[in-house]
Design a protein around this ligand. Structure first.
Ligand SMILES: [Zn+2]
Length: 441
């Protein structure tokens, strides 16, 4: 028998491949990669695991991806009430000014709380939209042990002040030595309204010359569309396309709610990814067009912990509800925007969304895996595990999180971080943060 590092047996294995579900399945993991998957009897007869764990009442599936988050906004939790939600727009009036107030220590704590919460919710891979203090985020990723795309907050127009584009691009360049197995570095763009054309072109050159991905906020605000039409004579994504930014792979566009037909054609033709944030997009921007099309690469985003509990299994339920509300309301088609599509969005379409070898349980893919408990009256019975994940289970169902073959969460508890101490630290800084917030909005 061949020796492997780890074998996990589970009642159901959702492979995101063919067959989609294996009942009484097992996965063999070696050297951080998936070595074999199949019926438990087959895997256990061919491989001897250094460690063998039996999750008899669990689903085992690929780790989840949060395609759009802000790890350094989590200390705003419960501060954003209805009046603040209506600020015109909230990111200019509250979110970016809040980021300005962060010290290194607060940014570090915020990153750690966000990344730890994501890990507990089964998120093994996330895309940061632009951290004001990215080095603090890198420390948190290494401490918790998940994978993350790190981008520095990137803009060079603020009020009437213009910052040198070279200086801004350097903030991404200087992070490149930090790239490793867990940490990826991409470029980001805060908003077309906050960048010069010169900066856009320099970011494009950096991505193309170093093979970096890019993520940007776009189509999130009507003022932004008017701004682009006034300044460039074209809508935001048409501008990016004209400047060549749409040739960057991977590209993940956050929100993309207000896209014209021509912009949507650019998304499809260029194979760009969209990070739909079901809760925040619904609250702040309205209905998303995405559920009407079935040929778009997309993932789900939390948009950060300021608004949500960073639970992407909760986001998928919001997506299913508001998505069906649109398709049923307009076409009376209740079967479209189906659960398998939503599971693909949760796991990143076999790695296509993030340009990495994740999201499928098949030989050679990275061993980023989660188990979900099926021992709870709130989620039983179970006939079809795909429907259970999409309709019933949530972050509290996550039992184990394994990244690159190593446990990050085991039996619901974080391995790399002391959660009790983290909560104590959080309570200690609440008065300081609340004081800063009091002076803001
Ligand atoms: Zn965002």
């Amino acid at each position: 028998m061949e020796r492997v590092d780890l074998i996990i047996r589970a009642r159901y294995v959702i492979t995101m491949s063919n067959p989609m579900v294996i009942e009484d399945g097992a996965v063999a993991v070696d050297n951080g990669l998936i070595k074999a998957v199949g019926k438990a009897s087959e895997v256990l007869s061919q491989y001897r695991g250094e460690e063998v764990i039996d999750r008899g009442r669990h689903i085992l599936m690929p780790g989840l991806i949060d395609a759009h988050t802000h790890t350094q906004q989590v200390l705003l939790r419960s501060f954003i009430n209805d009046e603040r939600l209506a600020l015109p727009p909230i990111w200019v009036k509250l979110l970016i000014p809040f980021e300005d107030l962060l010290t290194d220590d607060l940014a570090r704590l915020s990153s750690l709380v966000s990344v730890a919460a994501m890990a507990k919710n089964g998120i093994t891979y996330f895309i940061e939209a632009g951290a004001p203090r990215p080095r603090e985020l890198i420390k948190a990723i290494n401490e918790v042990g998940v994978r993350g795309v790190v981008t520095p907050s990137t803009f060079n127009i603020r009020s009437d002040e213009v910052i040198d584009a070279e200086e801004v691009v350097h903030k991404t360049e200087e992070l490149l030595p930090e790239v490793g197995d867990r940490v990826r570095v991409w470029c980001s763009i805060r908003q077309i309204m906050m960048v010069t054309e010169d900066l856009l072109l320099k970011l494009k050159d950096l991505c193309l010359s170093k093979g970096l991905g890019i993520t940007y906020h776009l189509g999130e605000y009507q003022g932004e569309v008017d701004h682009a039409l006034t300044r460039y004579g074209a809508r935001p994504l048409e501008v990016f396309d004209r400047l060549g930014l749409t040739s960057i792979r991977p590209t993940v566009i956050a929100h993309a709610v207000y896209l014209s037909n021509r912009e949507r054609a650019i998304v499809r033709d260029r194979g760009l990814g969209i990070a739909w944030c079901p809760t925040v997009d619904s609250l702040v921007m309205g209905q998303h067009w995405l559920p009407m099309l079935d040929d778009v690469l997309f993932g789900f985003g939390s948009d950060g912990g300021a608004f949500t509990s960073l639970d992407i299994l909760h986001e998928v339920k919001v997506a299913r509800t508001v998505g069906k509300a649109l398709t049923v309301g307009l076409t009376y088609d209740k079967s479209s925007f189906n659960s398998v599509t939503m599971l693909r969005a949760l796991t990143g379409w076999g790695g296509l969304l993030v340009g990495d070898n994740v999201g499928v349980i098949n030989e050679g893919f990275k061993a980023d895996l989660i188990t979900l408990r099926l021992d709870d009256v709130r989620a039983l019975p179970i006939y079809d595990p795909v429907e259970s994940v999409v309709s019933l289970l949530n972050g509290h169902s996550v039992n184990d999180v394994i990244v690159g073959g190593r446990f990050v969460v085991r039996d619901g508890g974080l391995i790399g971080v002391n959660e009790v101490e983290l909560i104590e630290k959080l309570y200690d800084v609440i008065p300081e943060v609340h004081g800063k917030l009091g002076n803001m909005a």
